[in-house]
Design a protein around this ligand. Structure first.
Ligand SMILES: [Zn+2]
Length: 175
């Protein structure tokens, strides 16, 4: 039945015809060397063969060849990072359990639970998550403990640099 699929550790490779969503080129699995400034962890990425002209890639889930989401360019990666940061506040602040937060997320992006991963979201989905997460936190501010690490939501969508480097792992991990 699902034997073939379960035993397929190749992720995208096992799916025929997976192409870069931006330029339509083939996608290769390779080391993040030369893409990440620091790849001490030996992370692997699925990268558009037109990289760096086409800046689209997605990392694999740790210890697998399974893509953590869909290929994303720099803008979308930054949006996913911000969406994850905003969403994570909800369960980190104890406003919901992590599990409940993911159920809530599925509702926000109108996707079944199995597909409610920020790594799968496009720009519109990310914007929804950012907006709804902020709203939820704002509406529940009274419940936030004084000792929490919550700060004011960042208004600016980060475009890269230090912020992206710090949060890259979290965002690329999908959800
Ligand atoms: Zn491409």
């Amino acid at each position: 039945m699902n034997r073939k699929r379960r035993n397929d550790p190749e992720g995208f490779k096992g799916k025929r015809g997976v192409r870069c969503p931006y330029c339509g080129s083939a996608v290769v699995l390779r080391s993040a060397e030369g893409i990440y400034h620091d790849n001490a962890k030996g992370i692997k990425l699925y990268v558009c063969t037109k990289y760096p002209a086409c800046d689209a890639y997605v990392r694999v889930l740790e210890g697998t060849n399974t893509p953590a989401g869909s290929l994303a360019n720099g803008d979308l990666r930054a949006l996913r990072i911000e969406a994850h940061r905003c969403f994570d506040q909800i369960h980190r602040l104890g406003l919901m359990s992590r599990r409940d937060a993911y159920t809530w997320l599925a509702g926000v992006v109108a996707a079944p639970m199995a597909h409610a991963h920020i790594g799968q979201l496009g720009e519109y989905g990310c914007m929804q998550v950012i907006e709804e997460s902020r709203k939820f936190i704002e509406n529940n501010r009274a419940r936030i403990r004084i000792n929490s690490d919550y700060g004011a939501p960042k208004q600016r969508i980060p475009g890269g640099g230090r912020y992206a480097a710090e949060h890259r792992a979290a965002a690329a991990g999908g959800g």
